[in-house]
Design a protein around this ligand. Structure first.
Ligand code: FCB
Length: 396
């Protein structure tokens, strides 16, 4: 197995999940008032321990790191930007560059400043100019250090969790209007920030990170199930991509598994005995190939911005990594312009409404590397892998 020269092998994180004490954010507030079941607390303390994180990336042997910048830190009060926070992010990005690690920066990864949430958050059209202003400050601060940008992480998941399921702030289940508005404003915000970025840096590569869980018919023989999968896919996953396509320099893909849908009961539980992660997610590497081929049709570079597994005892992660790398290689051979892979995640971290119960890390919160990190590092350093290694972990 071998990958194109310059392939980016990295790990991904998000600010609220690792930095700790994100006190000006909507999540923090909901955690403190008991509206969310788990407090994030000091998380992995990466706000202070970011140098340790960089050392860990180097120790594994990675050449890229996807991190997010926290809006609630940069602009804790409306219109008031925090110089110390901006300088802290700049120092971190400089250190990554010095370590030979390419940074990919996400400007919005689920959390919002409290002041924004109090004004209706992403359902209020005013979020668009606000987001552009915040992004502009960040871009001014670090544009010379960052080429790869993700404007917004997984708008479809954020909209669903916030306004359909209601599990995440602002916790408004069944608010279809909020759902539609969030997606609309995210697309607009993306387009405007992508223009800013291109002006600031003509070689900037801008995308969103799209969560794509291929929807498949629970009973493949059923026309109803098939129709549900088709329409669901179109409504839920495809729309934001199509809406923002001209403003995407590349396509960021977060891939974890598939979703099976059917009537009368939409379901995520596939029949049969496929292996599952601690989270209960089915391990389905061939779906990665299918999605990559689908995205390949847009004729833009693709980069996997997240892929990983909740696996506390690390007995599944090695095979998971190898199996997904194989599917990546297949897609490249079949013409997909895949540029890199960011494993979710560097560290066990605050997994949103699940708190600290799910262990996605290549390392623990104490920054002890798991054996799978060594395996992943071998693949990254060799930009591929020899057959004997692949044989040991063959799962597909
Ligand atoms: C993705 C999120 C990321 C993490 C993983 C497990 O949907 O982008 O923050 O929670 O799932």
């Amino acid at each position: 197995m071998s990958f194109p020269d310059g392939f980016l092998w990295g790990a991904a994180t998000a600010a609220h999940q690792i930095e700790g004490n994100n006190v000006h954010s909507d999540w923090w507030q909901a955690e403190q008032t008991g509206r969310l079941p788990h407090p994030s607390g000091s998380a992995c303390d990466s706000w202070n321990r970011w140098r340790d994180d960089i050392r860990l990336l180097s120790e594994i042997g990675l050449n890229a790191y996807r991190l997010s910048i926290e809006w609630a830190r940069v602009e804790p009060y409306a219109g008031r930007f925090d110089r110390v926070a901006l300088d802290r992010y700049r120092a971190q990005l400089e250190a990554l560059r010095r370590a030979g690690i390419e940074p990919l920066v996400t400007l919005h990864h689920f959390t919002n400043p409290r002041w924004l949430a109090e004004r209706g958050g992403w359902s209020n059209p005013d979020v668009v100019p606000r987001f552009v202003e915040y992004a502009g400050r960040v871009i001014d601060q670090v544009k010379d250090l960052v080429r790869w940008w993700v404007t917004i992480n997984e708008p479809s998941i954020l909209a669903f969790k916030s306004y359909i399921e209601g599990a995440w702030p602002p916790q408004e289940p069944g608010n279809l209007r909020g759902y539609v508005r969030l997606l609309r404003h995210a697309a607009r915000g993306h387009v405007r920030v992508s223009r800013l970025l291109r002006r600031a840096r003509p070689d900037a590569m801008v995308s969103m990170a799209f969560a794509i869980w291929p929807l498949q018919a629970l009973r493949p023989w059923s026309p109803i199930d098939q129709a549900m999968a088709f329409v669901g896919d179109w409504l839920w996953q495809g729309r934001v991509i199509r809406r923002t396509l001209p403003a995407l320099d590349w396509i960021g893909l977060n891939y974890y598994s598939r979703t099976l849908v059917g009537w009368p009961r939409p379901s995520t539980t596939p029949p049969g005995s496929r292996e599952r992660t601690d989270f209960g997610w089915e391990i389905y590497p061939e779906g990665l190939y299918a999605v990559l081929r689908r995205l390949g049709r847009f004729k833009k570079p693709v980069l996997i911005t997240e892929n990983g597994i909740a696996d506390a005892d690390d007995d599944q992660r090695p095979a998971y990594i190898v199996a997904h790398a194989r599917q990546m290689q297949r897609a490249i051979e079949d013409g997909v312009d895949l540029r890199g892979y960011m494993h979710w995640s560097l560290l066990d971290n605050f997994e949103w409404a699940e708190g600290y119960e799910q262990h996605f890390g290549l390392a623990t919160r104490d920054r002890v590397l798991r054996p799978s990190a060594r395996l992943y590092g071998r693949i990254a350093r060799a930009n591929g892998a020899a057959d004997d290694l692949l044989g040991t972990f063959s799962v597909t």
